[in-house]
Design a protein around this ligand. Structure first.
Ligand SMILES: [Zn+2]
Length: 402
């Protein structure tokens, strides 16, 4: 870390992070096995809406496209719950959703990025859509999920896209709830409201992926992203008007997003000194994990770090695995998970992204909106409490708030 910009503090695991949402919700529903560290109000039914990629700063910047959510933020003055949570680190879906689902830190659940090294197979494995056949989700992530822990005590349900019903990611991090699939956002909102109405007590997880998708393709600063925010806003207004009156609706996210200009998306593999002694490359373009050859010496590692710093000292943090662990970025780390973390980590600070085009598809460099790093825009996500507007026994027209 010598000579580098100071690293932001570690995510607020255990007090105000995505890892604390389901556990606090379970406690707010009266389950004594969990602690309500987020100070959520007591409720019989809780619906956690997880909006992929909705950073706190983006919501603020683009508030004009989310009049309903903006009014919710403005009116949310009661209660002690934090209004901002931290994403897990790396700030990416596989990692943050695993912390949400298990209630534990990344260093324990071991879902340490979009793709990481599996030391047993000596190969890089994907932890999101293209899960590796050689990895058993249940062994890779052995901690019981919050849903599993609540079995027999509180009914739980996941409302998400049908394609995720049996995905390895679901099996690793979100197993143990009743899975309800619906393709369109509108159908998901309806299904959520109906299911909550049918259960006097329920913890529900409602996944929203459309915004992140638009952000990756077009950037968060695009009409397409703004359109998706408008869709989300309308859907949340509908959800609030249709769930039972005693439901607590919480909206949060797994990470934020930054747009990276085309000329700042860099193929680092073209610079021999940036991959010298490196056996595997993995991670996110904004949080690169470099794994050295097994017989590598400290001087090889130090040379590699110096080479990265020479080019990118004012645009990225470059850390050894132990420096990152000691900084608390992953929380407590179990030994098996530690061996999945790169020997050297390159963590983007500026609007920049790093690719190994020897390894990843050339289309990957077309991605505009990115995340993975620990900057404010990526790691700060909202925790919104959306007031239910339906009265017991009927629907009510929303009053316009200025
Ligand atoms: Zn994403």
């Amino acid at each position: 870390m010598t000579g580098q910009a100071p690293l932001p503090p570690a995510p607020a695991y255990g007090s105000a992070s995505v890892a604390d949402v389901f556990t606090s919700a379970a406690a707010a529903m009266g389950d004594d096995d969990f602690a309500n560290v987020l100070h959520l109000p007591a409720a019989k039914r809780i619906c956690v809406v997880l909006v992929d990629g909705l950073g706190k700063s983006l919501l603020k910047q683009k508030g004009a496209h989310a009049p309903f959510l903006r009014s919710v933020v403005a009116a949310d003055t009661a209660g002690e719950h934090p209004r901002t949570l931290h994403a897990a680190f790396p700030s990416t879906t596989a990692t943050s959703l695993s912390s949400l689902g298990t209630g534990v830190v990344p260093g324990l659940h071991g879902m340490l990025g979009y793709d990481v090294l599996d030391p047993d197979q000596d190969k890089v494995v994907n932890l999101l859509g293209n899960w590796d056949d050689g990895v058993d989700p249940q062994q890779w992530q052995p901690f019981p999920t919050v849903f599993e822990q609540l079995q027999g005590r509180i009914p739980t349900a996941t409302v998400s896209l049908p394609k995720f019903a049996h995905s390895p990611m679901t099996a690793a991090a979100l197993r143990g709830s009743t899975f309800l699939g619906a393709t369109s956002p509108q159908a998901r909102v309806e299904l959520a409201a109906q299911t909550l109405a049918a259960h006097p007590q329920m913890l529900m997880y409602l996944y929203w992926g459309e915004l992140d998708k638009a952000g990756h393709s077009y950037g968060a600063d695009s009409p397409q992203w703004e359109h998706q925010l408008e869709e989300l806003d309308a859907a949340m207004k509908r959800l609030a008007a249709t769930v039972p009156a005693d439901t607590l609706i919480l909206l949060t996210a797994d990470h934020g997003m930054v747009d990276v200009p085309r000329n700042a998306r860099i193929d680092y593999s073209q610079f021999p000194e940036l991959v010298a002694g490196v056996r595997h490359t993995a991670g996110e373009p904004r949080m690169v994990q470099l794994y050295l050859e097994p017989d590598s010496t400290e001087s090889v590692r130090d040379k590699l770090i110096a080479a990265w710093l020479e080019r990118f000292a004012n645009k990225a943090w470059v850390l050894t695995r132990n420096q990152a662990i000691d900084a608390g970025l992953f929380g407590e780390v179990r030994p098996e998970a530690a061996s999945r973390i790169g020997d050297v980590l390159v963590i983007a600070r500026d609007s920049i992204a790093f690719y190994d085009l020897r390894r990843v598809r050339p289309q990957a460099i077309e991605v505009v909106g990115q995340h993975g790093s620990i900057t404010k825009a990526e790691r700060e996500v909202p925790l919104l409490r959306i007031p239910v507007t339906q009265r017991a026994g009927g629907t009510q027209k929303l009053r316009k708030r200025r």
